[in-house]
Design a binder for this molecule. Structure first.
Ligand SMILES: Cc1ncc(COP(=O)(O)O)c(C=O)c1O
Length: 425
């Protein structure tokens, strides 16, 4: 509930004056139900607290970065120790070598690693590397797939020019024929095929990757000399202790990582095989903060937990429990709720809800009951969640479905979302 005298409302009013649009990006004003808090005070484990002191079980996990829990003591201790020694220095520390070695040891296709700050840095570097390797221009990618917010891939075109988006051909995810058509259209100018590890577009049902699609992408790259890129920025380390497509036996040439690799500290990575090494060495990429040592210390500890704990099995089991429990409760309440994607990265959409009014109402009712969900974006589980947290979410859902049932006949359309509906570019 937005209270006009709340700290959140006060900060929103002040932000309106000094931050264009009040807020930008994925937390832009109007993308979430009105009662959602905009500002948070802290996070601990699986929970976040808003600036008005309300605590939520956080099923968004910061849109992915929180894998082992907010403020994980071991990871943050490694970060703080390194901060005291030096973070942004004139050059990198030994940690960059140790971290590259750790990624190369963990990720099957990787022979080398380069580090940057955001997922967009990594995906843009992947594109540049592929173009340097092939000396060709065209990238094939799936309609509606998000690869970041640089001019070549940003979903909202304001401020971009046509040439930012030239030499791109779009296909339908999981559609072999459409991929083949795109490759034929690219002719002898194909630099790379970009693939999301699974279809995790906003607003629509998610889909597992079809092994035939993934294998065909690999074959087409091999046949044309183009590079295959798996964009694991969002899903990396939540589906496998390797690149996500290792689960279906397809190895890319390049993979992009970010979000949770340092459990919330600013770090992303481009990993590649030997085929792409020379091109990766030839491109000029850097940033003032790209050698920062403290996030690398956090990443080394994160990867240690990835290797040495059963976090993956644990979050998978929790995700499956959440999925089954929600399905039961939705059915009892008489709702047809589509839960798609891997159980550790679930998306909930209601049938017969084209303008998301039910989804928004359900999310608001979950929030009211202390669970932060998302009405149109995939969510994330983290290893700090417990079976008791899942029961809390399911109890909240029972109440939220009942409240939705009462309100359904009188719900009004959700405003302002039309501009975000994915466009086929
Ligand atoms: C699949 C994918 N690629 C790239 C990005 C861009 O990452 P970042 O927001 O860190 O620039 C994202 C971010 O959500 C993503 O989900």
């Amino acid at each position: 509930m937005t209270h006009s005298n709340s700290r959140d409302a006060e900060l929103r009013a002040r932000a309106e004056a000094v931050i264009p649009g009040g807020m930008y990006g994925h937390q832009s004003t109007g993308l979430l139900p009105d009662d959602y808090p905009q500002f948070f005070a802290r996070g601990q484990g699986a929970h976040i607290w808003d600036v008005d002191g309300r605590r939520y079980l956080d099923l968004m996990c910061a849109y992915g970065p929180n894998l082992f829990g907010y403020a994980d003591p071991g990871i943050d201790a490694a970060y703080v120790r390194q901060l005291a020694l030096g973070d942004t220095l004139t050059g990198p520390t030994a940690l960059i070598v140790e971290l590259a070695e750790a990624f190369v040891a963990l990720v099957g296709h990787a022979d080398w690693a380069m580090f940057c700050k955001n997922g967009t840095d990594a995906t843009t570097m992947a594109l540049t590397t592929a173009r340097a390797h092939t000396r060709r221009r065209v990238v094939i990618r799936a309609k509606g797939a998000y690869h970041g917010a640089a001019p070549w891939c940003v979903p909202r075109p304001a401020g971009t020019i046509d040439s930012d988006r030239s030499h791109q051909i779009f296909c339908d995810y999981n559609d072999v024929a459409s991929l083949e058509t795109a490759v034929a259209q690219a002719g002898d100018d194909l630099a790379c095929i970009f693939a999301a590890p699974f279809k995790h577009d906003a607003f629509i049902d998610q889909a597992e990757p079809g092994p035939a699609y993934a294998r065909r992408a690999r074959e087409l790259c091999d046949a044309t000399g183009a590079l295959l890129v798996v964009d694991d920025v969002r899903a990396g380390l939540r589906l496998a202790r390797d690149c996500s497509w290792s689960k279906i036996g397809v190895q890319p040439d390049l993979s992009t990582w970010g979000k949770c690799i340092a459990n919330g500290h600013g770090l992303s990575a481009l990993l590649g095989n030997d085929k792409a090494r020379k091109a990766a060495a030839a491109i000029y990429v850097t940033g003032s903060f790209w050698y920062q040592a403290a996030p690398m210390a956090a990443a080394l500890e994160t990867l240690r937990l990835v290797r040495d704990t059963d976090y993956l099995e644990q979050i998978t089991a929790l995700g499956e429990r959440l999925r089954a429990g929600l399905a039961e409760r939705a059915a009892v309440a008489g709702f047809s709720l589509r839960q798609t994607g891997p159980a550790v990265m679930p998306l909930f959409l209601f049938d017969d809800d084209p303008d998301l009014r039910r989804g928004f109402c359900f999310a608001s009712e979950m929030l009211e009951r202390g669970v932060y969900t998302h009405p149109w974006h995939n969510m994330f589980l983290c290893a700090a969640m417990t079976p008791a947290d899942i029961e809390t979410a399911l109890d909240a859902a029972e109440g939220a479905f009942a409240a939705l049932k009462r309100q359904a006949p009188t719900l009004s359309p959700v405003p302002k979302l039309a501009f975000l509906t994915p466009t086929a570019r």
